[in-house]
Design a protein around this ligand. Sequence first.
Ligand code: PMP
Length: 422
Amino acid sequence: MTQLSPVLKQATPVVAVRGEGLHLFDADDRRYLDFTSGVGVTSTGHCHPRVVEAVQRQAARLVHGQYTTVLHEPLLTLTERLGEVLPEGLDSLFYVASGSEAVEAALRLARHATGRPNVIVFDGSFHGRTMGAAALTTAGTRFRAGIGPLIPGVVVAPFPAAFRLGTDLGLSEEAAVEYALRGLDHVLATVSAPAETAAMFVEPVLGEGGYVPAPPGFLAGLRERADRHGILLVFDEVQSGFGRTGRFWAHQYHDGVVPDVLVTAKGLASGYPLSAIAAPTALMRKAWPGSQGGTYGGNAVACAAALATLDVIRDERLVENAAEQGRRLTDGLRKVAAGAPVVADVRGPGLMVGNEFCRPDGTPDPATAQRAQQAAAGLGLLLLTCGVHLNVVRMVPALVVTAEQIDEAVALWSKAVAAATT
Ligand code: PMP
């Protein structure tokens, strides 16, 4: 009998047969409160009626019109509509199907456009699992070990995580930003000369690396160096984008800082495989037609799902809801943490919330984090871990989450933490 490959690691034993809003159901109709959203993908909840309707309609009209062969209406309409939410100036879009592919596309574009070989990434980064994206990933050796050699030309600079990532040096946020930017300058002076550096890739909120928001001043510091040295600044908002953090893009917490290339996926199409990079047309023109492509890029059904997602986010005010419910969630979780010292930090922004587990001496405590995550699953609350040391339990509910569902999750989490610590 064939079976699913054991290369997959399963976070929960659940076999889902259907989903509705914030809930998943198994074959016995047991209900699970889903605070994973398929790793931050089902932004409008499971099977939002408007997304379902748009997908059904499109599936009956045209499923696949491959964009190097023929264009199609959903692709053109989506390209127009994304202009409503993209930062000014990023007026050219290229689509693929997954986050990793979009990161690869950004990497290609950066090398094409600058003619420079190197790329700088920041400690704790996760950019995907394909070989180029894996080379940009520093969130743990588990994503890199045994598959090398990876592509050369990737240089790592510090991310300002003063407390997080298990390296608490007691630095203030300001000092951590200063330290990280000096580290970057040092890398540019000693390892990768600006004239050899094509791009810097950064997540405005580290995702797999532990849900660590870039502190104020860091992205502005990167922007300043990018401008000074002609290096492209790429924001990977695959996980943090599309309303997740209570702003449409997480980088909008950093007043006025805009990337040269923005990478989006996950929440973009509510679960249908679609990703994109956005950049100024003048920058995209520096690569030649045919330099990028992909059989499934901009699939018509996925584009229809993305259009419905945009409508739902606007009409149901989901960015505002993410901000409001995110505050309620972090407030509730901080109360739980106040009674459980093992939860050393609870942090947002919005609905991208991490609970970091540490031992009394401040070292990471992945064992208790995983016990709490498992206990929560047993209680019907689905959660994931993340972090360089796997000691962060993350909560990423769909943006349609209600106050009642937040309160229910916090109550279940309180029980799960108690079960994991006694
Ligand atoms: N970038 C970031 C920031 C991500 O969080 C992820 C997925 N977790 C990826 C890239 C890769 O996306 P995918 O799994 O769709 O290839």
